[in-house]
Design a protein around this ligand. Structure first.
Ligand SMILES: Cc1cc2nc3c(=O)[nH]c(=O)nc-3n(C[C@H](O)[C@H](O)[C@H](O)COP(=O)(O)OP(=O)(O)OC[C@H]3O[C@@H](n4cnc5c(N)ncnc54)[C@H](O)[C@@H]3O)c2cc1C
Length: 454
């Protein structure tokens, strides 16, 4: 129907952007936002709200955009979400709120994420004040880790008058938002701004403090009325193949940390990525896409190698599309068997085998198997393993906290087996999403308030 088409967000030109780290998506302007907001049907029972893990009152904030009352829209979002500029950019909306949008049945869903981002960006630009904090109540809470779960828990408690201190092992706060997700998807100024608003609420952020080594969890729990552990799942997995210890093999987390946090792409960087001509990133998820797209921006010939086919790629469709537009070479249905090295243990290539999908099993899933005799070699000097991550429990060292069979922190609600110690986010669920980590942080804040009182 005329005038009812979805407003697509403008993006940087693919050739240009594959050479810089500036944000790929450029956001809505006022006219575009109001036009997109006008497509909302304002359903009586809004399914989009059910699809949002933190139940943002979506039709209400969209109405406020239509009225061009952005301060109102911002405060509606803030009632349930504390990091809208981040979620508007990185949430998998196509599987959440937008997947439930009634408009999506016959056409395109409302671009809810883009509208959330618009409101949050305007709030930053115009310095809108966030919700008022209450008077300090004298209760002290320690937060381990400054990722989305820790930041959200800290924000919710500080607003209610709790004295909150975040302990972060790295030199910068933000967790994966800072060291993992690249600048071209999530500008670091946005993350810094969200951390700064927490500081304005009175939250103290202590960086370079490895809990478990500098201070034990036990000591923290004695010193504070409650502790929240949001230490994430940053421990990389490897394939266990020959040559994986060679110079030139990285985990995705290391490559992204070097680029995002240590500025490896800048001249005279202290932790440069070794001069590379060709790099292979192994994996097919969002982390693999972030790694391969980051390496492309360093001027390296970049390949993504995935053992299944295009349809099975677990990454978001937008990320796959953006990667292709930027010139990433997709080597699908291939798997490395061995990393090849020279006499100095530097990577020179990989021995690779072709794979094929099997017929679907009873569960409808197709697995993959090697094609006999298809072994071949590829040349490269960097290999990045993006195969998923597990929890790194350094923070729990010497504590008796209970873990699950999968090695994750065991919780009841958000309560751990240690008195007044709560946990949430990737350390509890395994690698998941920003919004789920935020939801856990919110629940923990509520449980802490119920447990230690005001
Ligand atoms: C490259 C990458 C891209 C991603 N892209 C997306 C995306 O687009 N959308 C999305 O929804 N999700 C994405 N995710 C997943 C998402 O970022 C995570 O699910 C989310 O950040 C988890 O939040 P968290 O607070 O549990 O932990 P984290 O964000 O991992 O934060 C944990 C923090 O704890 C700190 N810490 C750990 N141990 C200690 C210690 N002993 N003492 C003190 N501090 C400690 C860590 O340094 C870290 O800062 C991505 C993940 C990665 C790795």
């Amino acid at each position: 129907m005329e005038g009812m088409e979805k407003v697509e967000m403008r993006v940087q030109n693919p050739i240009e952007r594959s050479k810089n780290f500036n944000e790929v998506e450029l956001g809505f302007n006022k006219e575009e936002a109001i036009k997109e907001a006008s497509r909302c049907l304002h359903c009586k029972i809004p399914k989009c709200v059910e699809g949002c893990p933190v139940n943002i009152m979506i039709p209400e904030f969209i109405s406020a955009i239509k009225e061009d009352d952005l301060e109102k829209a911002y405060n509606i979002i803030l009632e349930t979400s504390s990091l809208p500029a981040i979620c508007g950019r990185v949430c998998p909306q196509e599987k959440q709120c937008e997947a439930k949008c009634i408009r999506g049945i016959k056409g395109d869903s409302i671009a809810i994420g883009s509208l959330e981002r618009y409101v949050a960006d305007e709030a930053i630009k115009n310095n809108f004040k966030s919700l008022v904090k209450k008077k300090k109540n004298g209760k002290r809470v320690a937060i381990v880790g400054s990722g989305p779960s820790g930041l959200t828990c800290a924000g919710d408690l500080a607003k209610e008058g709790y004295d909150v201190t975040i302990f972060e092992v790295l030199h910068k706060a933000g967790g994966v938002l800072t060291y993992g997700i690249p600048e071209f998807r999530l500008p670091k100024s946005i993350v810094d701004n969200q951390v700064e608003s927490l500081k304005q609420l009175g939250v103290r952020v202590k960086t370079n403090v490895p809990i478990g080594n500098a201070i034990s969890l036990e000591e923290l729990s004695k010193e504070y009325d409650a502790v929240f552990v949001g230490s994430g799942a940053g421990l990389p997995k490897f394939m266990g193949i020959e040559g994986e210890d060679a110079d030139g093999v990285f985990s995705a987390n290391e490559i992204l940390t070097r680029i995002n946090l240590m500025g490896a792409f800048k001249e005279k960087a202290k932790t440069p990525i070794k001069e590379a001509k060709a790099a292979y990133v192994i994996g097919g998820g969002n982390v693999a896409m972030d790694s391969v797209r980051s390496l492309k921006r360093l001027g390296v010939e970049t390949h993504l190698m995935y053992r299944r086919g295009e349809e099975e790629l677990p990454a978001r469709l937008t990320e796959v599309r953006h990667a292709k537009e930027e010139g990433i070479i997709f080597d699908l249905l291939q798997n490395p068997l061995k990393i090849l090295v020279d006499e100095n243990n530097n990577v020179t290539g990989m021995e690779v085998v072709n794979m094929e999908l099997t017929e679907p099993g009873e569960d409808g899933r197709r697995s993959v198997k090697e094609i006999e005799g298809s072994n071949h070699e590829v040349k490269c000097d960097v290999v990045v393993m993006a195969l998923g991550t597990g929890p790194n429990h350094e923070a729990l060292k010497d504590s008796n906290i209970k873990l699950t069979d999968r090695g994750l922190i065991e919780v009841e609600g958000t309560k751990t087996s240690m008195k007044n110690v709560f946990a949430g986010g990737d350390a509890v669920t395994g690698a998941a999403t920003v919004i789920l980590a935020m939801e856990a942080g919110k629940k923990a804040a509520k449980d802490i308030m119920d447990s230690i009182g005001v």
